[in-house]
Design a protein around this ligand. Structure first.
Ligand code: ADP
Length: 779
C-alpha cells in the first residue's frame, strides 16, 4: 500500500524552513553589524578621549607636573573599557600612569607592545580582536615633548553587544514562530482544494458515480484543475453510458444468438437423424452425439442406444489403422477414402467409402468428428464381376486366336507348299495365291486381336535385346518394297541415327512401324511415303528416338484425328469397305509406344496427307552384344527347290496337331531331313531314348505330357553325359515368360506358329552340321 505524506505538512515544512533560513541569515547579519558598529564607536570615543587628554597633558609634561598629569589621566575612569594609560616625557620616563581598577596587573601592559609599533607614528591606533592600543604624541610648539599611550580592553565590548545579541535572538524566535504560523495558514489554504479534489476522486472511484461534478470558486490553476477534472468525468460518464447501453444490447444479442444456436442445433440433429446417408457426429472422446437412421441400418445396430456411448464400445472390432485415422481427425486433419473395407468380427467384409471431418463449437475449439460412410458392397461386387467378365472375354479372345492360328497355320503352310507345285495350272495358282493372301490377312487380323487382348490384360512385356536402328528400318523397307512398287509410290528413308546400337524391343518397334507404314501405303494412291528417324535427345545411358511416317494420302479430318487412336475406331464408316482394316492397329501402337516410354501423335490435313510420329526410349550400348533368338514379324516366302532326300539328318517332331504334323513333315522332308513324328512329350522322351536324333522340334502344349516337361526330362537324362540333342520349341505362344521358361528348361531355339518355313529351316541349320546332308534353302 502506498503511504502518502500530507501536502499541507510538506508546504508548512517548506515555508517554515525557508523563513527560518532567511531569519537566521538576517539576525546573524544584524548582530555582526551591531558588533562592528559598537567596536567602531568605542574606538572613536577612545581616540577622542586620548587626543583630548594628550592636549590637556602638554603643560603638565612640559613642566614635569606629575600630579596634574595624574589628574588628567584620572578622567579616563569615565571610559570603562580603557584599562591602562601611561604618560611619558620626551626621555620616555613615565610621568603618570592610569590603571583601570587602580592597580597594575601582574605583568605590565606596555611590555606587550611592539617597540616598532610604538615609534612608528605620532598617533597610532592598533586594533586587535581583544584590545585597542592608541598612542598619541604630545607636542608643544611643534616639538614632541612626550607621549600618551592608552590601551582599551575590547573584550568588554562583548558584554555590551550581548544585549543586542539577546534582542536578535528574541527577534529570531518570534520571527520563526510567526513564519511557522503564517506558513501553516498558507499551506492549509493551498492544500485544502487539492485535498478536497483527492477526496472527491476517491469518492467517485468508490461509488463509480461519474455524474458528480466538483465546485470551486478559485480562478487560479487549481480552478483549472477542477474544471479539467469535471471534463474528464463528463467523458467517462459518456463512455460509461455507451458501455452500459452496449452491454444491454450485447446481452440481448447473446440471448438471441443462443436461441438461434439451439434452434440450429436441433435442426442439425434432425437433419443428421433423417439424412439418407450413414452419418454420425461424435465428440472429442469419440462418444456419440447424433447419428442418422441409415447409420443404424448400415451397421445393423437395431435399437441399441448410442447417445453418449463410445464409438469403440459400439464397434470393438475397429482396426487400429482406423483408430489412428480418428486420432488424426481429432487433431483437426480431415480424412477420406474412396474405397476401404471393414472386416467385421463375425467374418463379414463390408466395403465402404468414407469421409471424416472435424467439427467446431460455436464458442471456438474442436468439438469432435463427423463421420459419413457409404456402403459400396454392391458397387465393388459389380466392379469385380465386370473385371472378371473382361478377364474372361480377354482369355476367350486369346484362346480363340490361338485356336484360329492353328488351322490358319495349315491353310497358309499348305497353300505355300501347293504354290510350289510345278504342275499347277495358272488358274489353280491364282486360286492358291488367293487362299494364301486371304489366309495371311486373316492371320494379321488374328495377330492384331491377340496383341490387343494381351495388351489389355497387361500381359504383353517387352523383350529387351541389343539391335541396330538401321536394321529395323531396312527390314521394314524390305518388307514393303514390293507393295510400294506395285502401287507406284516412292519410299524415302531419311538416314539419321542408323548406326546407333541400342537396347530395346526391336520386334515391337518394328510392329509399330509396320502398322504405320502399312496404313500409309494403304491410304496413299500416289506420291510418296517418307520414313524419318532421329535421336531427339541423348542423355546419359538413354536415347529418345523420334520416328515419323509421312504420306501424301487421303489425310484425316481434324475432327477425326483424336478418335483414330481408340480401339476399333476408324476415320469414317466407309474405311473398312474401301480399305479394309479393323481399327485396332493404332490402338495397339499407342499401347506399344507407351510401353516403350514414348507417345504417338498425328498431324494431318484432309486430301494432303498424314504424318504419324512417335517417340521411344532406347538404352544406349557401346558395343554390339550377341543377339538373342529373334522372331521376325513377317517373312517373305521364297520358293524352295523341290528336293526330297530322305537320307538327311533325323529330326524328331513332337506335335499333337495332325495338320501341323503333316506340314512340318512336308517342309522338313522337302528340305532333305528324315522325320519321325510323335504326338506328345512322353512319346518324344521314349523316341529320343531309342534313336539318336540330329534335333528335336518340340511343341509346348501337348496332351499327356507338355513340351517343357519332356525337355526337362531329356536334359536330366543327358546330365553327366557328352550328348546334347538340340531342341527347338515350336509354340503358338509368343509371350516373354514362355521364352524364359524355355531357356530355363534347356531349350536351344524358339519358333512361333504359324510355322515360317524359311525360319524353321535356318534355325535347324544353326544346330545341325552342314556335312549332315540336308539340302540348303536356295540350293
Ligand atoms: P485400320 O487401319 O485397321 O482401320 P488403324 O487403327 O490402323 O486401323 O487406323 C485407324 C483409322 O485411322 C483408319 O481406319 C483410318 O481411318 C485412319 N488412318 C490411319 N492411318 C492413316 C493414314 N496414313 N492416312 C489416312 N488415314 C489413316
Amino acid at each position: 500500500m502506498i503511504t502518502y505524506t500530507s501536502l499541507r505538512r510538506r508546504l508548512i515544512a517548506l515555508s517554515f524552513g525557508v523563513s527560518l533560513c532567511t531569519l537566521f541569515v538576517a539576525c546573524v547579519a544584524f548582530f555582526w553589524r551591531e558588533l562592528s558598529d559598537s567596536r567602531e564607536q568605542e574606538g572613536r570615543r577612545l581616540l577622542l578621549a586620548t587626543r583630548v587628554a594628550a592636549q590637556s597633558a602638554s603643560a603638565a609634561v612640559a613642566f614635569g607636573d606629575a600630579g596634574a598629569a595624574e589628574e588628567i589621566l584620572g578622567a579616563f575612569k569615565a571610559l570603562p573599557s580603557l584599562e591602562h594609560a601611561v604618560l611619558r616625557n620626551s626621555s620616555g620616563s613615565i610621568l603618570a600612569e592610569y590603571w583601570r581598577g587602580g592597580s597594575a596587573p601582574s605583568k605590565p601592559l606596555h611590555e606587550q607592545l611592539d617597540p616598532e609599533e610604538i615609534s612608528s607614528s605620532p598617533e597610532m591606533v592598533l586594533a586587535h580582536a581583544d584590545y585597542v592600543h592608541i598612542r598619541n604624541q604630545i607636542t608643544q610648539s611643534g616639538e614632541v615633548i612626550g607621549e600618551l599611550s592608552v590601551r582599551a580592553d575590547m573584550k568588554d565590548l562583548w558584554g555590551l553587544v550581548s544585549e543586542s545579541g539577546q534582542t536578535t535572538l528574541v527577534v529570531f524566535i518570534v520571527g520563526s514562530l510567526i513564519s511557522y504560523f503564517l506558513g501553516a495558514l498558507l499551506s492549509t489554504r493551498l492544500a485544502q482544494p487539492i485535498k478536497e479534489l483527492a477526496a472527491s476522486m476517491e469518492a467517485i472511484s468508490n461509488s463509480k458515480d461519474y455524474s458528480v461534478r466538483l465546485v470551486t470558486q478559485q480562478k487560479d490553476e487549481i480552478g483549472v484543475l477542477f474544471h479539467r477534472f469535471n471534463e474528464m468525468l463528463e467523458q467517462i460518464e459518456g463512455r460509461d453510458c455507451a458501455l452500459r447501453e452496449y452491454q444491454q444490447t450485447l446481452e440481448a444479442r447473446v440471448e438471441e444468438r443462443t436461441a438461434e444456436l439451439v434452434r440450429e442445433r436441433q435442426q442439425l440433429l434432425g437433419l443428421i437423424k433423417n439424412a439418407p446417408v450413414a452419418i454420425a457426429m461424435l465428440d472429442n472422446e469419440m462418444r456419440y452425439m447424433a447419428h442418422s437412421k441409415k447409420w443404424r441400418e448400415d451397421y445393423g445396430l437395431g435399437e441399441l442406444e448410442l447417445a453418449g456411448k463410445s464409438h469403440y464400445e459400439i464397434f470393438p472390432d475397429i482396426p487400429e489403422r482406423w483408430r489412428e485415422i480418428h486420432r488424426k481427425v481429432l487433431s483437426g486433419e480431415p480424412a477420406h477414402a474412396s474405397e476401404d473395407c471393414f472386416d467385421r468380427k463375425d467374418g463379414e467384409r463390408i466395403y465402404l467409402r468414407w469421409g471424416m471431418h472435424p467439427w467446431f463449437r460455436a464458442e471456438g475449439g474442436q468439438g469432435g468428428v463427423v463421420m459419413v460412410t457409404d456402403r459400396i458392397d454392391d458397387l465393388v461386387a459389380a466392379r469385380e464381376a465386370a473385371l472378371q467378365t473382361a478377364k474372361t472375354r480377354s482369355e476367350f479372345l486369346t484362346n480363340m486366336s490361338h485356336e484360329l492360328r492353328t488351322p490358319l497355320n495349315g491353310i497358309i503352310g499348305f497353300a505355300d507348299l501347293l504354290n510350289e507345285e510345278h504342275s499347277l495350272s495358272p488358274a489353280s495358282r491364282e486360286y492358291v495365291d488367293s487362299i494364301h493372301g486371304a489366309g495371311k490377312l486373316l492371320l494379321a487380323l488374328i495377330n492384331d486381336i491377340l496383341d490387343f487382348s494381351k495388351l489389355e490384360q497387361k500381359k504383353l512385356g517387352l523383350e529387351v535385346a541389343t539391335f541396330q536402328m538401321g536394321e529395323v528400318i531396312r527390314a521394314t523397307e524390305r518388307l514393303f518394297k514390293g507393295q510400294v512398287e506395285r502401287k507406284g509410290l516412292s519410299f524415302e528413308v531419311s538416314d539419321g541415327f542408323f548406326e546407333a546400337q541400342v537396347r530395346g524391343d526391336s520386334l515391337r518397334l518394328q510392329q509399330v512401324l509396320i502398322n504405320l507404314v502399312g496404313n500409309a501405303i494403304k491410304f496413299t494412291s500416289k506420291g510418296s511415303i517418307r520414313l524419318g528417324i532421329e535421336a531427339l535427345r541423348s542423355d546419359g545411358d538413354e536415347y529418345e528416338a523420334l520416328i515419323s511416317v509421312a504420306d501424301t494420302g487421303i489425310g484425316i479430318a481434324a475432327s477425326k484425328q483424336g478418335r483414330i487412336f481408340e480401339s476399333f475406331a476408324q476415320a469414317d464408316g466407309s474405311t473398312t469397305r474401301k480399305y479394309g482394316g479393323t481399327g485396332l492397329g493404332l490402338a495397339i501402337c499407342v499401347q506399344l509406344v507407351e510401353l516403350m516410354g514414348g507417345r504417338i501423335w498425328v498431324e494431318s490435313s484432309e486430301g494432303v496427307g498424314s504424318a504419324f510420329s512417335f517417340t521411344v526410349r532406347l538404352a544406349r550400348v557401346s558395343q554390339e552384344l550377341s543377339r538373342p533368338i529373334q522372331i521376325p514379324m513377317e517373312h517373305s516366302p521364297s520358293l524352295a527347290k523341290e528336293v526330297v532326300d530322305t537320307t538327311g539328318p533325323r529330326i524328331l517332331v513332337a506335335e499333337d496337331n495332325l495338320m501341323n504334323q503333316k506340314l512340318v513333315r512336308l517342309i522338313l522332308e522337302r528340305a532333305g531331313y528324315q522325320v519321325e513324328l510323335v504326338a506328345n512329350g512322353r512319346l518324344a522322351i521314349e523316341a529320343s531314348e531309342k534313336t539318336e536324333f540330329a534335333a528335336i522340334l518340340m511343341d509346348l502344349q501337348m496332351p499327356v505330357m507338355g513340351g517343357l516337361d519332356a525337355v526337362s526330362h531329356i536334359r536330366r537324362r543327358e546330365a553327366g553325359g557328352t550328348t546334347h540333342i538340340p531342341i527347338v520349341a515350336l509354340t503358338a505362344h509368343a509371350f516373354a515368360e514362355h521364352r524364359a521358361q524355355c531357356v530355363e528348361a534347356g531349350i536351344d531355339g524358339y519358333l512361333t506358329k504359324p510355322i515360317n518355313r524359311q525360319l524353321l529351316l535356318t534355325t535347324l541349320e544353326r544346330f545341325i552340321a552342314p556335312k549332315s546332308g540336308a539340302s540348303k534353302e536356295g540350293e
